[in-house]
Design a protein around this ligand. Structure first.
Ligand code: CO
Length: 201
């Protein structure tokens, strides 16, 4: 059996470094979490929320899945949204996609990927909704990247229709849903400017 020694060693170094900078860090954080943000992002190893936002443990509540989807049939994502909005009272829900997303690319093909094909079905629907625009793009990579953006916009809409989010807005809770996209090529986030805060839904 191969071991996880490297990871345990890394963890010890990290923990020691954090404690050196702030001896109270873990004891303070272990008492409660009060993140202001919920992040719904892709599982892609190159898009780790806390790191790319230069935040610390405790700053952001995270849900990740293949191709950053927020589907009404996904109890895991729905539960995360409910807990984040009702219990943690996050002020922002961020859907973040990334250019060159493998899940989005796979949804454009016909390969038999088993269960993943079912998971990506929703993105095929997004593609159908926007067929005219997407078909006008001749460059394949550009087409993939535009679908990555459109997928984020659709997930923002899904979240805005979520009853937990709707109820939060009705009760006057401060909550904004945002759509962002990340570039693997330069590490920069872009705001897709589709933010909704309940007053403009
Ligand atoms: Co991805």
């Amino acid at each position: 059996m191969t071991s996880l020694k490297k990871l345990f060693d890394n963890n010890k170094v990290w923990s020691d470094n954090v404690k050196e900078k702030d001896p109270e860090f873990f004891s303070n954080l272990s008492k409660q979490q009060t993140p202001e943000y919920l992040w719904i992002g892709c599982s892609d190893s190159r898009v780790p929320a806390t790191q790319i936002l230069n935040l610390q443990p405790g700053d952001i509540f995270v849900h990740r899945n293949i191709a950053n989807q927020a589907l009404h049939s996904d109890f895991s994502c729905l539960s995360v949204i409910q807990y984040a909005v009702e219990a943690l009272k996050v002020k922002h829900i961020i859907v973040c996609g990334h250019y060159g997303c493998g899940g989005v690319m796979a949804s454009m093909g016909d390969d038999d990927l088993g269960l993943i094909n079912h998971w990506l079905q929703n993105i095929k629907t997004v593609q159908r909704f926007h067929a005219e625009e997407l078909n006008s793009i001749t460059d394949h990579q550009e087409k993939v990247n535009r679908l990555c953006e459109l997928n984020v916009v659709e997930q923002v809409r899904n979240i805005c229709n979520n009853s937990v989010v709707q109820n939060a807005w009705k009760s006057g809770q401060q909550l904004t849903v945002h759509g962002l996209i990340y570039s693997l090529a330069d590490g920069i986030l872009k705001d897709l400017e589709v933010s909704v805060d309940g007053s403009n839904q």
